[in-house]
Design a protein around this ligand. Structure first.
Ligand SMILES: [Fe+2]
Length: 250
């Protein structure tokens, strides 16, 4: 099982770097299409667009339509839940509406579970008791397969900043952490949001954070030759029960 993770494309149509963001996204999908073997899925961990606008989602949908592998998305803080749902509803795994974007993909040896950490009033993450209830219900719905969880905001204290805690409160982050550990079968959590590569743990669960696809928004020190080259992650699942993660430079 191979998952290509992309994140934080921040598509915007009226910023000076709008063309760069579109181009970074397009080149990333084109590069994923060249991978051999082809990934089983592409998972976008949020901030698909920058202002939550329908015309921005139309661009994202146009670009993702070129992907050879099935694509799944979750919202980040810059996304609009209803507009994201409407844009991706034709793909079949989301229905139109404004409900939380929480779903499970059951077609693979690893179950893929999407978590919605969007807080409509803040860039920081939220995870209310209702979302915790749904996550636990989804993880408990099948009792044999390992689970990979996707959440925009990292569910652990991030030491590379700018914010150590990327949720409204530590208690909210702890609620997500408890829900993730509830079933004992979650083997990895994949996130974005901080625009910088880092990793941590939720109990014993490895938590991986990838940098942003939008090269103009990427944090961290890279050589000048890499400034215009997006980075995405390829996660390979080993039947022994772990993911190994490789960064791919476009
Ligand atoms: Fe974000």
């Amino acid at each position: 099982m191979i998952i290509a993770q992309i994140s934080d494309t921040h598509i915007a149509l009226d910023t000076p770097d709008a063309d760069r963001r579109l181009n970074d996204f397009e080149r990333t999908i084109a590069d994923i299409n060249t991978l051999d073997p082809t990934p089983d899925v592409i998972f976008h961990t949020g901030d698909v667009v920058h202002n939550g606008r329908q015309d921005e989602y139309a661009e994202a949908v146009r670009i993702l339509a070129k992907a050879r592998a099935p694509v799944y998305v979750i919202p980040g803080n810059k996304d609009d839940r209803a507009n994201l749902r409407a844009a991706f509803a034709p793909r079949g795994y989301l229905k139109p509406g404004s409900d939380f974007v929480a779903y499970a993909v059951e077609d693979y040896p690893v179950r893929l579970i999407a978590v919605d950490t969007l807080n409509a009033n803040s860039n920081k993450g939220d995870f209310c008791p209702e979302r915790a209830r749904r996550l636990i219900a989804m993880t408990d719905a099948e009792t044999t397969k390992p689970i990979a969880v996707f959440a925009h905001h990292p569910p652990f204290a991030v030491t590379v900043g700018p914010d150590r805690i990327n949720f409204e409160t530590e208690e909210i982050m702890a609620r997500l952490g408890q829900a993730l550990q509830h079933c004992g079968r979650v083997v990895a959590v994949f996130s974005g949001h901080v625009h910088r590569a880092t990793e941590g743990r939720v109990g014993s669960i490895p938590a991986i954070v990838m940098p942003c696809i939008a090269t103009t928004l990427r944090k961290g020190d890279y050589p000048a030759s890499m400034k215009t080259r997006p980075i995405y992650y390829v996660h390979r699942f080993d039947p022994d029960g772990d993911f190994s993660t490789e960064a791919r430079v476009v």
